[in-house]
Design a protein around this ligand. Structure first.
Ligand SMILES: C[S@@+](CC[C@H](N)C(=O)[O-])C[C@H]1O[C@@H](n2cnc3c(N)ncnc32)[C@H](O)[C@@H]1O
Ligand code: SF4
Length: 456
C-alpha cells in the first residue's frame, strides 16, 4: 500500500463539509423562535446598513429524480405549482423588508435548487423584478447567477435572464458516461450541454460553471477521464468537482436507485479526483479551496489569490457579505450572529407564510466561542491555514494541538508560530483538520446515528 492509500484508509471518516460552523446537525435550536432570529438581525444592523447583502432563492422542483442527489427538492411534473410558490417567495421577501425597516442593497443573488429552470423564464424574471423593485440598485451591476439543468431549460431562460442582468450560469452535468448516467437516472448528452454552453457565451455570460461529481455509482477512471476531456473542450470558467456524498439515511433524498457495491470507495474514489485534478491543472485551471477549479482570470481565482475567498451555504463565493438571506423551502439564512433554516417541507413553508410569519424552523445563535472557531474553520476551508484569534483559551489551543498530533506527524499539517497550515499533501484532508477544531463534534464523540458523508 502506498503512502496516500495508507493515509486515505486512516483519515477517510464521516465528516462535515463545513459550509457553516457549527454544522447543521449540531445546531442548538430545534425550534428557533422568530424573536431570537430577529434579535440577531438587529445585532448586526450596523453592518447591514453599510454593506450590501446576499440573497439565495431556493426553487425546489425537478421533473425527474436523479438517484444520487442530496439536495432539498420536490419531484413533480406539475407546473401549476410555479405561481403559488413564487407568491410565497414574494411574501417572505415582504416580511423581511418589513423587518429591516431600510432599503436592502443586494450584492449577489443566486437562484438555486432543485431546478430553477423548472420555472418558466417569464416567472423567474417576474420574481427577480419584484425583488429588485424594492431596492435602489441596478441589477446589471451585481452578481446575479442561476443553476440550470441542461435537459430542463430553454434558450429563453438564458436570453431573458441575461436581459435582466444575469451574467453567471451554473450547469449541472455530473458525468457524461452513459453507464453512470443510467445508474443515477440522468440522461444528458454532451451535445446538449455544448449547445447551451456556447449559446450562453454568445449571449455574453461572463462566468459559466460546470458541476461534476466523482465517486458516483459505476464511475470508472477511463469513463471519467473522457468526461473531463469533454469538459476541458468547452473550457467553462469554473468547475465544481464534488465528491459524491452518500447519505441515504437522509429522509426523502432517494439515494437508493443503485447497488451500493457500484459506488467507488476510498483509494478508488480518490484516484478519480486525482486524475481529474491533474488534467484540469494541465489545462490551465487553478485549484480553489476543497473542490473547485477556475480559469486564472475568473473572479474566483482572483479572490483566492487576494485571500478574499469566502464560503457559505452556497459553497465558495468571491465576496463576504454580512447578511445572507435564504428565501424558499429549506433555505438557510446567516446573520453572522445566527443561522436560521426555513421549514423543510413545502406545505410547512407555505402554511407559515399564510399565517403571515417568517417560515423559519430551526437555527442556532452563535456564542462568542462559536464565532471564533467559525473563523478558523472558514480560513482553513478557504486558505488552508488559520491564525489564532484573541478569544481562544490556552486550554482550547492545547486541545487542538493534541487532536492534530497525528496529522502533524503524518506531515499533513504543520504548526506555525501563530496557527496551523496544511501542507500540499494535507490539502485533501482539510475536512479532517477542521474536525479537530469542531468542539461540537468532539463533545458528541462517536455518534450511533450516521450524520455526514466521508471526508475523502
Ligand atoms: C441543485 S443541483 C444543480 C441544478 C440542477 N438541479 C441539476 O441537477 O442540473 C446542485 C448540484 O449539487 C451536486 N450534488 C447533488 N447531490 C450531490 C451528492 N449527493 N453529492 C455530491 N454532489 C451532489 C450536483 O453536482 C448538482 O449539480
Ligand atoms: S441533481 Fe438536480 S435535477 Fe437531479 S434531483 Fe437533484 S436537484 Fe433535481
Amino acid at each position: 500500500m502506498n503512502d496516500i492509500q495508507h493515509l486515505i484508509r486512516k483519515y477517510n471518516v464521516p465528516g462535515p463539509r463545513y459550509t457553516s460552523y457549527p454544522t447543521v446537525p449540531f445546531w442548538k435550536n430545534d425550534s428557533l423562535q422568530l424573536t431570537e432570529w430577529e434579535a440577531t438581525l438587529q445585532q448586526n444592523r450596523a453592518s447591514f446598513l453599510s454593506s450590501a447583502m446576499s440573497l439565495y432563492i431556493h426553487l425546489p422542483f425537478c421533473e425527474q429524480l436523479c438517484t444520487f442527489c442530496g439536495c432539498h427538492k420536490r419531484i413533480t411534473k406539475n407546473h401549476q405549482k410555479e405561481i403559488p410558490y413564487i407568491k410565497s417567495l414574494k411574501k417572505e421577501w415582504i416580511l423581511y423588508k418589513e423587518l429591516f425597516e431600510f432599503t436592502p442593497i443586494i450584492k449577489e443573488l443566486h437562484l438555486g435548487g432543485g431546478t430553477p429552470t423548472f420555472f418558466t423564464p417569464e416567472n423567474l424574471v417576474e420574481l427577480v423584478k419584484n425583488i429588485f423593485n424594492s431596492t435602489t440598485v441596478d441589477p446589471a451591476k451585481h452578481e446575479l447567477s442561476f443553476e440550470a439543468h441542461p435537459m430542463f431549460m430553454k434558450q429563453a431562460h438564458s436570453e431573458q435572464l441575461f436581459d435582466f442582468g444575469f451574467r453567471r450560469l451554473s450547469i449541472g452535468i455530473q458525468d457524461y458516461d452513459t453507464l453512470v448516467q443510467k445508474a443515477i437516472h440522468r440522461h444528458q448528452p454532451f451535445e446538449k450541454v455544448k449547445e447551451i454552453h456556447r449559446y450562453a457565451l454568445k449571449l455574453g455570460y461572463e462566468s459559466i460553471s460546470h458541476d461534476l461529481v466523482y465517486g458516483l455509482p459505476k464511475q470508472q477512471l477511463k469513463g471519467f477521464e473522457t468526461t473531463i476531456q469533454k469538459t476541458i473542450e468547452l473550457l467553462p470558467h469554473r468547475i465544481a468537482l464534488y465528491g459524491y456524498a452518500h447519505v441515504p439515511w437522509i429522509k426523502g433524498n432517494g439515494q437508493r436507485g443503485f447497488d451500493e457495491k457500484d459506488i467507488p470507495q476510498d483509494a478508488e474514489k480518490r484516484e478519480l479526483y486525482e486524475m481529474a485534478s491533474e488534467k484540469l491543472l494541465q489545462a490551465g485551471y487553478i485549484s480553489i479551496g476543497m473542490d473547485h477549479f477556475a480559469l486564472p482570470s475568473d473572479p474566483m481565482a482572483l479572490a483566492m489569490r487576494d485571500k478574499k475567498l469566502h464560503r457559505n451555504f452556497m459553497g465558495y463565493t468571491t465576496q463576504e457579505t454580512p447578511l445572507l438571506i435564504g428565501l424558499g423551502m429549506s433555505a438557510i439564512s446567516d446573520s453572522w450572529f445566527g443561522f436560521a433554516q426555513n421549514e423543510k417541507s413545502l406545505e410547512g413553508y407555505k402554511n407559515r407564510l399564510k399565517e403571515g410569519k417568517l417560515p423559519i424552523q430551526r437555527g442556532h445563535i452563535l456564542s462568542e466561542e462559536d464565532k471564533g472557531i467559525r473563523k478558523y474553520v472558514l480560513s482553513l476551508m478557504c486558505h488552508f491555514q488559520m491564525n489564532w484569534g484573541e478569544t481562544s483559551s490556552e486550554k482550547y489551543k492545547s486541545d487542538i494541538r493534541s487532536r492534530l498530533k497525528e496529522m502533524v506527524s503524518d506531515e499533513l499539517i504543520r504548526e506555525l508560530p501563530y496557527g496551523f497550515q496544511l501542507t500540499e499533501k494535507g490539502i485533501p484532508f482539510v475536512r479532517n483538520a477542521c474536525m479537530a477544531f469542531d468542539t461540537y463534534l468532539h463533545e458528541a464523540g462517536q455518534s450511533e446515528k450516521p450524520l455526514f458523508s466521508k471526508t475523502i
